[in-house]
Ligand binder design. Sequence first.
Ligand code: DAK
Length: 257
Amino acid sequence: MEYIIVEPAHRKFIALVRLNRPDALNALNLQLMGELRDALKELDDNDEVRVIVLTGNEKAFAAGADIKQMADKTAIDMLKIDQFSTWDQIKKTKKPIIAAVSGFALGGGCELAMTCDMIVASETAQFGQPEIKIGVMPGAGGTQRLSRAVGKALAMEMILSGNFINAERALQAGLVNRVVPVELYLDEALKLAESIAAQSPLATMMAKEAVNKSYETSLSEGLFFERKNYYLLFAGQDQKEGMNAFIEKRRPEFKGE
Ligand code: DAK
């Protein structure tokens, strides 16, 4: 892989994936996105991994899709490239993904962070959907996910003006989970990952699925879906281990079985 590095996180059950195209502020060209899709698929299938942390570098998480690669494309070219199959694969990842964001998270970069399940931001992070400034609009979920995350008023403002918001505003608006000094953002994301990796991987997977369902269905259907997942967890050993550990006053050892 040229633009993606899967680094040892030095923490049990956690994988660290780094976007690595620093000269272009991690602009998401097709190769990078393909590599990211493949890396996430592999980690999702790996039993040694329970939580994935996705990061860039201090200056940029990602400054958007690669404008230079898109500039001369026609609508038919875009249709044939079908980037959605790549983005959909990322969305399908069953394990929790935490975006550790510093610097620019713009356009497709902001959309990629929002496709993750949680965002830990550095104080220097900037979020934006500036596609309007280059004559287009968000195309990888920005209009839908940003509106759901921060509400209509701020989403409209960001998407129609292209203005960025800083980390503090993103925190107030509910776009990110927490904001920490730049030297701590990756560590903070890894700590959050550790606290999730200590839980039953089956339960985290099904809980993630149920929370995501809430964005796509009615309340009664969502509740029904939640109940089925809840019952299903009683078929596994992790539920027995978790409840017995509580009763025996010890820490549970979850195996994902
Ligand atoms: N694409 C290509 N190159 C980029 C880039 C981008 N998005 N962003 C930055 N770069 C490159 C710059 O061209 C420059 O390269 P050289 O000139 O050195 O070769 C290098 O990165 C450093 O950038 P700057 O010199 O511009 O650095 P500054 O600090 O001065 O400015 C900036 C940083 C982030 C404010 C600025 O680079 C900027 O405005 N970048 C563009 C941000 C943007 O408009 N992003 C949205 C792009 S459109 C879809 C999936 C995804 C999408 C759509 C559909 N489907 C699934 C269908 C997403 C679309 C987008 O994201």
